[in-house]
Design a protein around this ligand. Structure first.
Ligand code: MG
Length: 176
């Protein structure tokens, strides 16, 4: 991975959290007595990761525009990465994707590993950070498996991020 791609990924990770915060998505987060997100909050985010994977599995077209909105398989995978990076930012973890590694775990399995470990060990520890980074890597592996290498998938993430920035506060009043 070149330096510039690494920097691009870090920037996208930071933006994922900044845009979600600016759009009001962290207003109702469940926090513990220290003001940090609870295990249940992380489990809620994991449920939303799964909904994006479901959208990825269900949509046939790889990419299309619905008006201004980017849609399609590759955009739904971008949504998974954006949501995971957002959660990492909210948890106060340094948001970066380490080396992109190949592996046989599916994205769903990687989410479930996060869920299981959070249930056992809690949220704020290096295991959670590592598992969330593993999950992002699986998303990139999945993009690669349907024909989008690192650089091209980054384009689709930027594309969806630009749309997210343009959306109204809480997308016009959604609860989550
Ligand atoms: Mg989506």
């Amino acid at each position: 991975m070149t330096i510039s791609i690494q920097e691009t990924l870090q920037q996208l990770a930071r933006e994922s959290y900044e845009v979600a915060t600016a759009k009001g998505w962290h207003e109702n987060d469940e926090l513990d007595e220290n003001g940090t997100p609870t295990v249940r909050q992380l489990l809620t985010w994991c449920a939303l990761f799964h909904t994006e994977v479901t959208e990825y599995e269900q949509v046939k077209a790889h990419y299309y525009l619905d008006g201004e909105k980017p849609c399609g398989k590759i955009t739904e995978l971008a949504d998974v990465a954006i949501r995971v990076w957002d959660a990492m930012g909210r948890l106060g973890f340094e948001t970066e994707s380490g080396g992109i590694r190949c592996g046989s775990q599916s994205v769903r399995h990687a989410i479930d590993v996060v869920i299981e470990q959070a249930r056992i060990r809690g949220v704020h520890n290096m295991i959670t950070l590592g598992l969330l980074n593993d999950l992002v890597d699986k998303v990139f592996d999945e993009a690669n498996s349907i024909g989008y290498n690192l650089e091209s998938f980054v384009w689709f993430i930027k594309n969806k991020m630009a749309f997210n920035k343009s959306r109204p506060y809480r997308h016009g009043g959604r609860l989550a």
